[in-house]
Each structure stands twice: as structure tokens, then as C-alpha cells.
Design a protein around this ligand. Structure first.
Ligand code: GLC
Ligand code: CA
Length: 598
């Protein structure tokens, strides 16, 4: 399937997207109360646009007691007053769309807060059945015992006794988050109403939170049940029937063969996160061996044409180690979370920079990989400036601290009394906001921020990254990860040296004998490919994108540039008269620009 044209007008926009994940409270506090708000976020859209991202994924912003950072919703139809009001949200949405950006919001459909009115009326002792049945109740906590406990540092059972009606209610997460009862058609109807409310307003996509756990059945582990997938197909049909160019994204922390269930036959979710790939990127880098990445991608079944993986390195949760073996988990803990305080549940609560010991080249390699592998990259706010974290804050709050804009008070995030901030800004000496901030990095063209911007901008020139196939090369040197991404007549060769030492590699590129690999950033042609192995020497932690070109390409450095000469009979103003102007704009300038390194 191919659709041309403007990114924002195409049904497959999510394949070409670069998603930026953030919580509105973390980004910019416009009214000075210590909490980021929609007015502040709207002001920072220019920043996001200059970064090059074209879709924003907003973490939950609905009214909530905020015991799980808003994943405990008490009203699905409003904005939490901390962040502004509906008018502010609509204004934000309009401004984002105005810049051609998509907006993805959360649909927390597995559970609600215990403060939600549905739960309040369901728990009453004399509640009529139709209300009680919004949730899953039992006289004894002995059903569905094969279901694992997800928040294992905090909960000991998936059942909690409600003191009010003296029955137990079912919950897969915190005990203040009762699970909705999907066997009740009324619950399903309510979810559709919520979808309609936000889709009608114009949101472009929804991340379906905790979607493997919708239904429960005795004798199963209550994950990925066919009933849950069938419901998602209904949901998708509804979205397709009433709206255009929308996207739903499954948060299913599962092995590849289970995760693909969420795509159905291209008739369930458009996207799903690739959870097992994420820790394996970290493993490959640390082990200096491409095996974990190739292994998991080879185990990943193909997905329908209209579907797409969402790839990520870090997010608002712990770096989850649920989808690895016990040995792999031990390894990850040993190398990435020696400090036990950095561990939580089955994962590591750290940001990208501290995980990689603030190693610039390693951060570049990880982001480069994220942007090179098949799928849509999702970037977590703050990681583009290599922000630090603070696990002393408890739960997962250490990776949710205010965005660092400048060296000013509160990192330029808020004018409030520093004690009033929703969470303190990072003052760890290594990641202190006085040095790690947007303003500093914008001023320094060699900063990590500028590196990220440049790589994003370059990636957008090629459709192969978002849409193409992947073919791994298997050179003898295991420290080199090399693969081809192909889409229509575009061929990209990706070569990454995972090692901290220089390496040499022989690549079998014989099917491309006669092609010239052109390095995309410099436009420098490398030696023409021949039948024999293609030998490359690579400095430590280096990475390349090459376009393979059929023709012989001259080096931009060597090329003698013929600069077009413009002759004018009268004065220079005539040069910009309509005829000549068209020529300058359509021929002379583009040719000149194409030849520039920048
Ligand atoms: C998802 C969210 C996580 C939340 C949980 C319960 O896993 O990513 O932050 O705590 O669902 O809603
Ligand atoms: Ca505010």
C-alpha cells in the first residue's frame, strides 16, 4: 500500500511518524503554580517542531486522584484542573494540528480509579446488578489464581476486599485501580462513548493502556485472551466507521508471537509496542554483540501491511525486564542497575543517559538504532538533552521530573517557589539543570540536542526507515550490526560498530556489485561495491547510514562546482522579476543547495 502526499493527510501517517512522549505536567508551567499545563505545552510546540517530531503522545491528563500518575482516572470527559481546562486542551490540539503534528492520547480502558463514580455506585451494598457488574467481584479471592501480579513490589494479590460491600474486587495493577468488567456490554458501550468524545474533538490516535488484561477466564493466565482481541476488533471497526486517518496503539508487554495478536489481520490495532526488542538493544550494546537484536527480530513474525511496530528505548515506566529470560534479567540488572535502589518491580527506573553512564557515543548509537530499525520511533521527553533521573523520589517519579529548559530558577520550567513544584528538578551534579538544559544545548551546535535534531531530519528524507523491509548481513565480526532497509527503489545500508574498540568488517554486498554507498550526512561516496567482500574499518562506537546508488557518484568535495552565472541587463531588481525568479527558485537554487554539505 502506498499513499503519497502530505504526512498529515495520509491514513498511514503513523508509519512515517516520529513520536514524542510527554506528560503535560512535566513540560512547561505557564501559570506559575509549579505544575506544567496545556498553555505551557502549547508555547513549547515550536521547540517540538524544531526537534523534528511530528506526533505527540500525551500521558493521562484527566481528572484523577493521581495515585498512579493519572492512570487512575476518575472522569474520562474532562481535563485535570492542574493542567488547565477543555478550552486550553482544544487550543493545544489546534496549534499542534496547525503545525502538521498528530496528537495521541491515552485510553485507560482496563481499569478506573476507585474514585470513579462507576466504582462508587458499584460498591454500594444494595447496588443494583447493572451497576455492580461494571467491575469484577467475588466472595472469595480465589478466582483466576494463574494471573501474575504485575506491580509485585507493591501488591500481594490481584484481589482486594472492599470494606463497603465486603466482597473482593479484581485489579491487575494497584488496589485503587479496579478492573472494568468487559463481559458486561454496558462497559463496552461506555468505552465507545469515551472514544467518540475525544475522536470527535479531533485527536489522531489513542494508546490503549494495559490492553492484554481486558477479559479474565478461569484456567488461563488472563492475558491475550481471544475475547480481548475480538473486543479490539470491534473497537477498530467503530473507529474506522466514523473517523478518518486515526490510529490505535496497543500497550501489550508481551512476547512477539503474542504481541502480534493485537494487529489481528490488520483489523485490530494499527500499532503495538515492541517490548522484547527494547532491553535487547541495551544488551547488544553492553555485550558488544549483535546477537540479541537479530535473534529477537528473527523471532518476530511478519505483521500485516497496514500495521507498524512502535519502538522505544525509555518511557515513563521502569525499563521493563518482563520479556527476557531469567539469565538475561540477571545480566541487565548486573550491568545496568548495580545500585539496587534503581530497580523496581521487574525493571530499572532510570533514564537513557544515566543508564549509559552519560556516554555520548553510546547514547548516539542507541538513538541511531532506534531510528534505523523497522518501526516508528518513540522518544521520551528530556532524553534528547540527556537528562538525568532521581530514583530517591519513589515509584517511577525519578524519570518524570520537570523538563530542563535553562539554567534559570526551576530549570526555566516554572516561576513557582521551588518547593511548590510537582517534583523537584534534577540537581545531581552530573546532570544538574544548570548545565543540562535546552538553552545551553541550542547554543552549542555540537550538543546532543543538535545531534538528535540532525539525525531526525535526515531520517525523514527516506521512507525506507518507516516502511521498508529489513535484511540482516551476517559478517564474521559479531560486534558489527549491519542491515539493509529497502522500500521501492530506496536502499539504505546501516552499519553500526557496537564495540568500544576499532573494528574491521567484511560485508557481503555482492548483490549490489556496481552500486556506490553514499554516506548520507556528508554525501561522500565510498568505494564502489564489487563481487568480493566489502571491507570497512570502523572507529569505536561508530555508525553509518549509506544510500546505495546505482550510478557512480562524484565526491561533493572533489566536484568542481560550476556556479550559475546570472546576467542582468538593467539592475539586480530585474533578477527577481517573475520570469527569472521562477528560474532561480526552480533550478538554480535547488541545484546549489543539493551540492551543499548542510
Ligand atoms: C501502564 C502504564 C503505567 C501504569 C499502568 C497501570 O503500564 O504505562 O504507567 O502504571 O499501565 O495503568
Ligand atoms: Ca501550571
Amino acid at each position: 500500500m502506498f499513499d503519497s502526499g502530505d504526512f498529515s493527510e495520509t491514513p498511514l501517517w503513523y508509519k512515517d511518524a516520529i513520536i514524542y512522549e510527554l506528560h503535560v505536567k512535566t513540560f512547561f508551567d505557564k501559570n506559575g503554580d509549579g505544575i506544567g499545563d496545556f498553555k505551557g505545552l502549547t508555547e513549547k510546540l515550536d521547540y517540538l517542531e524544531s526537534l523534528g517530531v511530528n506526533a505527540i503522545w500525551l500521558l493521562p491528563f484527566f481528572p484523577s486522584p493521581l495515585k498512579d500518575d493519572g492512570y487512575d482516572i476518575s472522569d474520562y470527559y474532562d481535563i485535570h484542573p492542574h493542567y488547565g481546562n477543555m478550552r486550553d486542551f482544544k487550543n493545544f490540539l489546534r496549534e499542534a494540528h496547525h503545525r502538521g503534528m498528530k496528537v495521541i492520547i491515552e485510553l485507560v480502558l482496563n481499569h478506573t480509579s476507585d474514585q470513579h463514580k462507576w466504582f462508587q455506585r458499584a460498591r454500594k451494598k444494595d447496588a443494583p446488578k447493572k451497576w455492580r457488574d461494571f467491575y469484577v467481584w467475588s466472595d472469595k479471592p480465589d478466582n483466576y489464581l494463574d494471573a501474575r501480579i504485575i506491580f509485585q513490589d507493591f501488591e500481594t494479590s490481584n484481589w482486594t476486599r472492599d470494606p463497603e460491600n465486603e466482597k473482593f474486587f479484581w485489579h491487575r495493577f494497584y488496589s485503587h485501580q479496579p478492573d472494568l468488567n468487559y463481559d458486561n456490554p454496558e462497559v463496552q458501550k461506555e468505552i465507545f462513548k469515551i472514544i467518540d468524545f475525544w475522536m470527535k474533538m479531533g485527536v489522531d490516535g489513542m494508546r490503549l493502556d494495559a490492553v492484554p488484561y481486558l477479559f479474565e477466564r478461569e484456567g488461563t493466565n488472563c492475558e491475550n485472551l481471544p475475547e480481548s482481541i475480538d473486543f479490539l476488533k470491534k473497537l477498530r471497526a467503530h473507529v474506522d466507521r466514523y473517523y478518518q486517518n486515526r490510529m490505535i496503539l496497543a500497550e501489550a508487554n508481551q512476547w512477539p508471537e503474542d504481541a502480534i495478536l493485537y494487529f489481528g489481520n490488520g483489523d485490530a490495532c494499527h500499532m503495538a509496542f515492541h517490548f522484547p526488542l527494547m532491553p535487547r538493544m541495551f544488551m547488544a550494546l553492553r555485550m558488544e554483540d549483535r546477537f540479541p537484536i537479530i535473534d529477537i527480530l528473527e523471532q518476530t513474525p511478519p505483521i500485516p501491511d497496514n500495521c507498524q511496530w512502535a519502538l522505544f528505548l525509555r518511557n515513563h515506566d521502569e525499563l521493563t525486564l518482563e520479556m527476557v529470560t531469567d539469565e538475561e534479567r540477571d545480566y541487565m540488572y548486573r550491568v545496568y542497575a548495580r545500585d539496587k535502589a534503581a530497580r523496581i518491580n521487574l525493571g530499572i527506573r532510570r533514564r537513557l543517559a544515566p543508564l549509559l553512564e552519560n556516554h555520548r557515543r553510546k547514547m548516539e548509537i542507541m538513538k541511531f538504532l532506534l531510528l534505523s530499525l523497522p518501526g516508528t520511533p518513540t522518544l521520551y521527553y528530556g532524553d534528547e538533552i540527556a537528562m538525568g533521573d532521581n530514583h530517591f523520589l519513589g515509584d517511577r517519579d525519578g524519570v518524570r521530573t520537570p523538563m530542563q529548559w535553562s539554567a534559570d530558577r526551576n530549570a526555566g520550567f516554572s516561576r513557582a517557589n521551588p518547593q511548590k513544584l510537582y517534583l523537584p528538578v534534577t540537581i545531581d551534579p552530573e546532570y544538574h539543570y544548570e548545565t543540562v538544559n535546552v538553552e545551553n544545548q541550542e547554543q552549542n551546535q555540537t550538543s546532543f540536542l543538535w545531534w538528535v535534531k540532525r539525525v531526525i531530519a535526515m531520517r525523514k528524507n527516506f521512507k525506507a526507515f518507516g516502511r521498508g523491509t529489513i535484511e540482516f548481513l551476517h559478517p564474521d565480526n559479531p560486534k558489527i550490526l549491519a542491515f539493509l532497509r529497502k522500500y521501492q527503489d530506496e536502499i539504505i545500508l546501516v552499519v553500526i560498530n557496537l564495540s568500544r574498540f576499532s573494528q574491521v568488517v567484511e560485508l557481503d554486498l555482492s548483490p549490489y556489485a556496481g552500486y556506490t554507498p553514499v554516506e548520507v550526512f556528508s554525501k561522500n561516496p565510498f568505494p564502489v561495491i564489487q563481487e568480493k567482500p566489502y571491507i570497512m574499518t570502523l572507529g569505536f562506537h561508530t555508525y553509518f547510514w549509506f544510500v546505495l546508488k546505482k550510478e557512480v557518484v562524484a565526491s561533493p568535495e572533489k566536484k568542481v562546482r560550476e556556479i550559475s552565472l546570472l546576467k542582468s541587463k538593467s539592475d539586480w531588481i530585474e533578477l527577481f522579476s517573475s520570469q527569472l525568479k521562477t528560474k532561480i527558485e526552480s533550478m538554480i537554487l535547488p541545484q546549489f543547495l543539493m551540492e551543499q554539505r548542510w
